[in-house]
Design a protein around this ligand. Sequence first.
Ligand code: NAD
Length: 430
Amino acid sequence: MATGVSISQEQAENEESESAVVTARRQLERAAALLDLDPNVIERLKHPQRVERVSLPLERDDGTVEVFTGYRAQHDSVRGPFKGGLRYHPEVNEEECVGLSMWMTWKCAVMDLPFGGAKGGVVVNPKLLSQNEKERLTRRFAQELRSVIGPMHDIPAPDMGTDAETMGWFMDAYSMQEGETTPGVVTGKPPVIGGSYGREEAPGRSVAIVTREACKYYSQPLDETTIAVQGFGSVGANAARLLDEWGANVVAASDVNGAIYDPDGLDTEAIKSHGEEPAAVTGFSGTEALSNEELLTLDVDVLIPAAVGNVLTESNAGDVSASMIVEGANGPTTSTADSIFERRDVPVIPDILANAGGVTVSYFEWLQDINRRGWSLERVNEELEAEMLSAWTSVINAYESEDEISWRDAAYVVGLKRIVEAHESRGLWP
Ligand code: NAD
């Protein structure tokens, strides 16, 4: 898989600090160069279809009014309604929303879901809001976005700083304004109001499925596979527990405070995940304490970064000893680190495939809402398994059809080809 990419120091530094939209555009150009695609369509895909910017006046609990800014970036809808999360975070900005909306377009297309990409959020630290303030802000946000969202137009979901409860408020505010209960306007809701069973576990489950299949691809028996997982949250803990159940040996796990290691294998069920008890990993007894940085360079078969972005960088990619990396978090590998892994022949199975179980079960939730009929957890998991295997097979085919191509490029090629073909079939209107 080595491509002999050579990177100057200046180029490396620029790449480490580039914004989400610059990264997304560069990845688009890179994948487009591998395919004989219409450059006019690629040009269109470099830009979002629309970015909505709204002002959100919020009456604080003390009676004063503060105005927050919200965004919704809608990148491309050639294959279906826009789909993507809403985050509440002080660093939300327009560029980031556009870049993340582009990633959602590729992710939905790799999974062959009938959705395009969107992302949005509010520039706010949700920890500084009371529960009532967060509810009022969410209801106002739903009202301000009402003309650009809808079950057939744009379907938000939870992201950083938002959760199932937030989606419940959002769906209620939209439904009250529309005059009818509209569960399909958002996904990630509680099941009692149209949410799907298995949605919360889905990104971790898809990471586990892709890890299992990638081990099979490289003739690595799962019951002889050691795994280190950075971040024991929703994605990391669910992936670790399933892989443990399927016979793999999860030897290390971490949270924001540090890592634990046991070469004989951790009891992944006994360690509390972030959702069960935040920051409980390092308190787990009978294991060796490590730093997060040491976990990333442990001598294991598979490394699953499932905490935050940009943890595998130019400075540590050369020291990673794992034979394979499966991206659980969004964007854990910087572009420079990616090139280093390519040179070192370390396969990196990309986020847009590995953690796409989340958006896939969101699609199932949307189908359930539109049909007004819920699915059992067994059905959700069976259908997720089938969708993941189908996407993995498409990515393998792309990977094997080119001489020197990374798994990331292969996933982009699969997604981009579907998007460009849809644009070509529909044409440019007017
Ligand atoms: P989470 O909040 O449930 O868990 C995050 C975990 O990472 C926690 O254990 C936390 O302590 C740890 N952590 C935080 N900062 C860290 C750091 N600097 N170093 C090491 N550990 C750190 O989050 P999550 O929902 O599991 O999401 C994790 C990643 O997966 C994020 O990149 C997210 O965007 C991505 N993702 C999440 C979903 C989803 O639906 N949950 C879907 C797709 C992708």
